[in-house]
Design a binder for this molecule. Structure first.
Ligand SMILES: [Zn+2]
Length: 433
């Protein structure tokens, strides 16, 4: 029995250009819907028409559902068809998209199936001509792709699934290049604008992400004279950037340069997507003990080094919910050997950098007792970016509060941190040689 005869769809017209439907969340509410089908056809027409073999059966394939699950780090997509679809996928940049080329397809999934979710920002779909259809999956940023994998289900339907993973720009470019090289079904030549730059540098720049803690609706701690932690961290981050720019070949990325709220996982995402070598989160919190003063360097650990560190991490981790953002479920413990190895290696780098920071800062600044501590700060959870959180001082202490607002102190502290970054960079450079 031929697979295609298991489910015999009722005869329906082959979708032509007039039947193009579209979904593009950005334009849904503020543009007149009628002008869009043409634009969408024109836009996807420009992408080139790959040769996709189409089913012998003249009826279009039926796409029953699109399931998008996961989060903004890893998003799984699965498409359910009435029968075996021959399809090809292709990654595109500028902006990052995934193209799924299909045989003629009747898109019968419910409208809510194409709502943005996780890394998927938009889904458009429609007919390319009488034999071919296409889906254009707009992504939130650089990504890598696992799959697609096809599966014949017990009910005779076919599921095609693939995983989209958040990636750095470098990883995305590499994946795109590999996909182009190995694409056997897609035979179209690459338009000029999509070709890889031939002068892409051999080695990426030494990249440091400076993360000014808190911001916007999340003010962070407050000093006795009313100064807000979010303003102190921003002023310090701008000065730190100036100091770091003195390091030759360094690229500085800031998570914020003005007074705005940024969720913790967004900060982590910025670090990962920048392919950062270091992530430095700047804070100046309050603690219960108002006699505690001096700077502290925190690295990540499941078990906190002490009660103060544990409480601090708890209050830092709660800022998203204070700002009205649902906290994600605790990530399940998955045993992934490669990820564990990466994490362990990254942790080693974080510790090494933290020690350099403590030495360098300790020469010119007052540090608290045992200045290197650890706790489960969510902002430090990137598995592949060495990360530290620096408490410059504590706003619960009067003396720290006035120091934190002193221009001279700020410059001195920022240059001590920059010196540690420069040392770390030299060691890293040597290890890459
Ligand atoms: Zn803070």
């Amino acid at each position: 029995m031929r697979i295609s005869s298991i489910v015999r769809p009722s005869r329906r017209p082959i979708p032509g250009k007039n039947s193009v439907r579209y979904f593009f969340s950005r334009y849904r509410s503020d543009r007149p819907a009628r002008s869009w089908p043409f634009c969408v056809v024109a836009a996807i027409g420009l992408l080139g028409l790959p040769a996709v073999a189409f089913a012998e059966d003249s009826l279009p394939h039926r796409l029953y559902s699109i399931e998008i699950t996961g989060d903004e780090q890893d998003t799984a997509v699965s498409l359910t068809f009435d029968r075996d679809p021959e399809l090809a996928v292709k990654m595109l940049r500028g902006p990052e998209r995934l193209i799924v080329d299909l045989p003629a397809t009747a898109f019968e999934m419910p409208p809510e199936d194409v709502l943005p979710n996780g890394l998927v920002q938009s889904i458009r779909y429609g007919a390319m001509d009488q034999q071919r259809s296409r889906m254009v999956i707009g992504m939130r940023g650089p990504f890598t792709l696992d799959g697609p994998e096809k599966e014949l289900r017990e009910d005779g339907r076919y599921t095609v699934s693939f995983d989209l993973n958040l990636a750095s720009q470098n990883a995305f470019e590499t994946a795109l290049k590999e996909r182009l090289a190995s694409a056997s079904v897609v035979t179209v030549s690459t338009p000029k604008s999509e070709r890889l730059p031939s002068n892409s540098p051999e080695r990426k720049p030494f990249t440091i992400v400076v993360d000014a803690g808190h911001g916007g609706i999340d003010t962070g701690a407050r000093g006795r004279d009313g100064v807000k932690e979010k303003d102190i961290t921003l002023a310090f981050s701008l000065e730190l950037k100036r100091q770091l720019e003195k390091i030759e070949g360094a690229r500085i990325v800031q998570t914020r340069v003005d007074d705005r709220f940024i969720a913790l996982n967004e900060r982590v995402r910025i670090g990962r997507q920048a392919d950062a070598d270091l992530f430095i989160s700047i804070h100046a919190d309050s603690v219960r003990q108002d006699y505690v003063r001096g700077a502290t360097v925190y690295t990540i650990s499941k078990k906190a080094s002490d009660a103060m560190a544990a409480r601090l991490a708890d209050s830092e981790n709660a800022v998203d919910s204070v700002a009205g953002i649902d906290l994600p479920e605790e990530a399940e413990e998955v045993s992934d050997i490669l990820l564990d190895l990466t994490r362990r290696e990254t942790k080693g780098f974080s510790l090494r950098f933290a020690r350099k920071l403590v030495d360098s800062m300790g020469e010119v600044l007052l540090m608290i007792k045992r200045p290197h501590r650890h706790a489960g700060f969510r902002v430090l959870t990137a598995p592949d970016v060495p990360s530290v959180l620096i408490e410059l001082g504590y706003l619960s202490n009067d003396k720290d509060e006035s120091l934190l607002q002193d221009d001279e102190w700020r410059t001195k502290a920022a240059s001590a941190i920059a010196a540690a970054v420069a040392q770390y960079g030299e060691v890293r450079e040597a290890s890459l040689r």
